[in-house]
Ligand binder design. Structure first.
Ligand SMILES: [Zn+2]
Length: 320
């Protein structure tokens, strides 16, 4: 067989595979929504401390990319634009002003130039809107005013603002750090490692009691206000943050457990092409979707906001 014919057949096979993969993502998927309340306790009956501090929460949107909904939500047939953002969250607690994730730094493109073309045209194909340093400057905050940055997980896009935080200590779930040492630190030519630089980094352990249906927790300040909850699967130690405060609604930050609310409301993964590339443990990540789905049913009053969910972050910011 001639080389040209072989190439043509190869191209057709690749096209057919691509088409079947694309169509696969339009097929909704069944989730086994077991009786979560019986297994893990009723999530609506948590005990709360008598007094909670006032905590201010601000989303700092640093960049974005717009995708059709059917990419973000498996089973959706909609081409409606969905804005996937790169954000940090500024949290002002009486004991510390700190960040949850870090958005994008002013020099993020310097870190991305030498990565593969595929990476730059897919996962790293965002528009830099306002780097983290600019957000801090607008609020008259210097890096030394930030007590620490707590990273939901160690994917490059959640540590991409670290270069704008010289000297600021970092905190990360020990499970995440240990797993990253064996896998993630080597990805994309060591990008995460380079972004982390030589910042002081300490690990925390979510080994506290079950919390509103989640298997373990860590009370960050010991006052019941900032509760860290493991939401594994996307990465081994992806960590959510449930904020209880005196001056507003409770807020649940989800790291990268989902992209948009439909992922836990339906529940539905992202399109399998994306899901398979960004998920470290498929079964665990699906269980986390189910846990979040049940939590959302028990707590419709709590905004549950993922770090890439442009729509919910904007809606929350408008309320404040
Ligand atoms: Zn991410």
């Amino acid at each position: 067989m001639k080389a040209r014919t072989l190439m043509m057949l190869g191209g057709l096979a690749l096209g057919a595979w691509g088409l079947s993969m694309a169509l696969e993502g339009l097929r909704p998927e069944h989730f086994d929504l077991t009786d979560w309340h019986n297994e893990q306790g009723d999530p609506s009956t948590a005990t709360h401390p008598a007094s909670l501090p006032e905590i201010d929460i601000s989303f700092l949107r640093c960049g974005s990319i717009t995708l059709p909904e059917l990419v973000a939500v498996r089973g959706s047939l909609s081409l409606a634009p969905r804005v996937i953002v790169h954000s940090s969250v500024l949290i002002r607690h009486p004991q510390a002003t700190f960040l949850y994730d870090t958005g994008l730094s002013s020099n993020i493109h310097d870190y991305l130039t030498h990565r593969s073309l595929f990476f730059r045209k897919t996962l790293a194909n965002f528009t830099l809107e306002q780097p983290l340093s600019e957000h801090l400057r607008q609020r008259a905050l210097k890096p030394e005013d930030i007590a620490f940055a707590l990273l939901s997980h160690l994917h490059w896009d959640h540590v991409s603002g670290v270069p704008d935080l010289p000297g600021v200590p970092l905190r990360v779930n020990r499970v995440e750090y240990e797993a990253a040492r064996y896998t993630l630190f080597a990805q994309h030519g060591g990008l995460t490692r380079q972004l982390l630089g030589n910042h002081p980094l300490t690990c925390f352990d979510c080994t506290g009691p079950t919390y509103e249906g989640f298997r373990s927790s860590y009370d960050l300040f010991g006052d019941g206000s900032i509760i860290l909850l493991p939401l594994p699967g996307h990465t081994a130690g992806n960590t959510g943050m449930l904020i209880n405060r005196a001056n507003g609604s409770r807020v649940f930050l989800l790291g990268d457990a989902v992209w948009v609310a439909e992922n836990y409301l339906t529940p539905a993964t992202m399109h399998p092409f994306i899901w398979s590339r960004v998920t470290s443990d498929d079964a665990t990540a699906r269980q986390t979707l189910i846990d979040l789905h049940n939590f959302a049913l028990a707590h419709p009053e709590i905004p549950m906001i993922a770090m890439h969910d442009g729509h919910l972050q904007e809606a929350f910011s408008k309320q404040v």
